[in-house]
Design a protein around this ligand. Sequence first.
Ligand SMILES: Cc1ncc(COP(=O)(O)O)c(C=O)c1O
Length: 379
Amino acid sequence: MLSLNTTLDELKLSGIRRFAAMAKETPGCISLTLGEPDADTSDEIKAEVAADLAAGFTHYPPNNGYDFLRNALSKHMALFGKHYEQHEIIVTCGATEALFVALTSVLNPGDEVIVPTPAFTLYESIITLNRATPVLMDTSDALFQITDEMLESVASQRTKAIVITSPNNPTGCILSEESLAAVARFAKKHDAFVVCDDVYGQLVYEEGYKSFAVEHSQLRDRVIVCDSFSKPYAMTGWRLGWVAADESLLSQMAKVHQYMVSSVPAFVQYAAVRALEESVAPARGVYSERRDVVLRRLDEMGLETVRPAGAFYAFPSIREFGMSSEEFCTRLIKEARVALVPGVFFGAEGFVRLSYCCSMEDIVQGLDRLEGFVSGLRA
Ligand SMILES: Cc1ncc(COP(=O)(O)O)c(C=O)c1O
C-alpha cells in the first residue's frame, strides 16, 4: 500500500495564513496579521539584480554562497559584535532554510529540543520533520523571560538543543541578560546547542538588547546563529538569509544545505551585499513610532501587554474574556472587521498577536475597531 512520511501527519498548515486569508475574504476587513514589512525592497537593491543578470550571473554559484557575500556578512555580523569568519557562514534561502540547516545538522531521531513559547511555529515543524521532539516551555507567566528553574523542569537525558528568538515573534520582547545567562548555564551543563533566531536583531527600539552569540561567545562551539534579509531590508520575497556557526560545525551543516537547495540563486548575491550597505535606521524609526501608538492604544483600552522592545508585533492578553484566542479572533473578524492572529498558533492560549507592519491609517482604524469590540465584550 502506498504511504507517505508519517511525520507529515503531525504538521499543521499555518494558522497565521488561515486568519490572513479569512481577513482577505471579509470585505472591508483590516488585517493586522502578517509579519511582512509593508515597504517594498529599495530600488538600489533591485537594480543590482538587473545588472547582474545582464553580466551573466546565471550559473551555479558556490554552494555556501559567493565569497564576496560571505565576506560582507562576516563584516556585517562583526558590526554587532558577532565574530564569524567568511568560512563560518552559509548563505541560505531565508532564515527558514537557515533554521532547517541548523536543526537538521544537530538532531538525531528521539532527541528533544526546548522551544520557549510563545514561539514561531516553524521550529516545531522542523524538529518534528527530523523525528525529534519539540519540548514546549511556557514563558507566558514570566513576562516571556527564561529562568534556570523553567529550563531544568523540561530538561531530560535527551535534551539536545534550545531555540531562542530575541526579539521574539509573536511577543516583540527581547530576552534579558538574566534569561540569556540562564540559557548559557543550561547549554553548558547539559551539553546542548543553542540555536539563535536573530531575524529581528536589527529591529529593536529600546536600550538593553543583548545577543546571545555576543554575550556568551565562549560557547561558540554550540551556538548557531540564523539570520535573514527578509525583515530589516523588506526582502521577504527574495528568500535570502544566512546561518553562522563555529567552523567545527560548518562542514556538516554545509552538507544539509548542499543536498537541500545546492545554493541560493547567483544573481541575487551582489544585491544582498547592497542591502547590507543600507541603513535600517529609517525602517526602525517607522516601526518604533507605530509601536508607540499600538502600545498607548492597547493600554488605553485596558488590554494588558508586555512591552515589546522590537520586531513588529504586540501580544496583548485576552484572558479576561474567558474565550479561546481562536474564538476571539474569529469573532473579531466577523463582528468588527479587524484581523489578529490567535496566540494558540504560537503555543500561548489567552493572547492575540497584533502585527504593526502596515500603514498607520490601518493601525489606527484597526485599533479603533478592536476597542469597540472589546468594549462590547465587557459591557
Ligand atoms: C522568528 C522568525 N524566524 C524566521 C522567520 C523566517 O524568515 P525568512 O523569511 O528569512 O525565511 C520568520 C518569519 O516570519 C520569523 O518571524
